[in-house]
Design a protein around this ligand. Structure first.
Ligand code: G3H
Length: 330
């Protein structure tokens, strides 16, 4: 991938048909073992073996920006912070870097902005006139331990405020008890409450013990109609990892092969470096191909990755690193 190839790419959600879901089908995942050490070995090759030419690396980093869900999910979030985040989403790189890369005309933005429900109206206002979707967490994020009717109401309220995408959390207990019907019904009801808004199902993989559970929960969420499956809230002890991501991506591929429906993937939580942005893109390219390097099927959920990407791109353009204070926050 080169920076020239990037200029034709769309920023907004594309129009490929949504995953409509299918009836619950445990035969697609029951008895399916996942070999952890094989997954770890395969994941390790993504960071050690693969190398991309320097000029191409810049394009991969720009592509990562197109796919970032630029996130703030903090207890002290304010309208002002959300406005600053949205300004960064609209213009993720300083003009001197865009010029240096030759992509000033590209209209580069992040994939979305992701906030808490009460911040949605601020984000909607700050992003007016752009194609940048507003994503919101909901359903009692991050633990989800609220009565289902309140979680569904939270989704409807948030969509009503203008959210385009809803990042829901699943009930981890359903997975730990392997109660797949309960998990399916919950996600299907959430999908219905989302209406036109896209649903990203956060599996909180750090809480669900085994890769076998990760595979099964991925499959159930997709069967229930999730538009995306997402690793983590950013609040678990262990968040996005490559072996877990590999397991989810394989589930996604198997679901696509069996049904013909395309589902997106969003690793999230704890990813902070340009190196992380590259590793997850290599995973997508090698396992699923170029379609999954587009923001309609791939997002990087991160609150503090863009700063390092900007630093690396500035280095690419100027040959030196700027002091951290020269880059705006995020
Ligand atoms: O969905 C996105 C995550 O909450 C972001 O997590 P992070 O703050 O560790 O980047």
């Amino acid at each position: 991938m080169t920076t020239a190839e990037l200029t034709d790419q769309p920023n907004a959600l594309s129009n490929h048909p949504r995953n409509p879901g299918i009836p619950l089908d445990p035969a697609m995942f029951e008895g399916r073992a996942v070999n952890r050490s094989a997954a770890e070995r395969r994941a390790a090759t993504l960071t050690t073996r693969r190398s991309v030419k320097k000029t191409h690396q810049a394009a991969w980093l720009v592509n990562a920006i197109r796919c970032i869900d630029l996130t703030t999910l903090a207890g002290d979030d304010t309208e002002g912070r959300v406005q600053r985040l949205c300004a960064k989403a609209r213009q993720p790189l300083a003009p001197r870097i865009l010029d240096g890369l030759g992509i000033a005309e590209m209209g580069l933005t992040t994939g979305a902005v992701c906030v808490y429900p009460t911040m949605v109206p601020h984000a909607v206002k700050a992003l007016r006139g752009t194609n940048i979707p507003v994503a919101s967490v909901a359903t009692g994020f991050p633990a989800g331990l609220m009565p289902l009717n309140l979680r569904l109401e939270e989704i409807r309220w948030t969509v009503d405020q203008g959210a385009d995408e809803i990042d829901i959390v699943i009930t981890r207990e359903h997975v730990l008890k392997r109660d797949w019907a309960a998990l399916y019904d919950e996600v299907a009801a959430m999908r219905e409450a989302c209406g036109q808004a896209h649903l990203k199902a956060i599996l909180a993989t750090g809480d669900i013990a085994t890769l076998r559970n990760v595979y099964a929960a991925s499959m159930v969420a997709m069967q229930a109609g999730a538009d995306f499956i997402k690793t983590s809230t950013g609040k678990e002890g262990v968040n996005a990892t490559l072996p877990v991501s590999l397991t989810m991506v394989r589930a996604l591929r198997d679901y696509g092969d069996a049904t013909g429906h395309r589902v997106g993937f969003k690793p999230a939580g704890g990813m902070k470096s340009a190196k992380d942005a590259l590793a997850w893109q290599y995973l997508m390219k090698e396992e699923l191909g170029n379609d999954w390097l587009q923001p309609d099927l791939f997002r990087l959920g991160a609150s503090s990755m863009l700063g390092d990407i900007e630093r690396q791109l500035e280095h690419h353009v100027t040959g030196r690193y700027a002091a951290a204070h020269r880059h705006s926050l995020a």
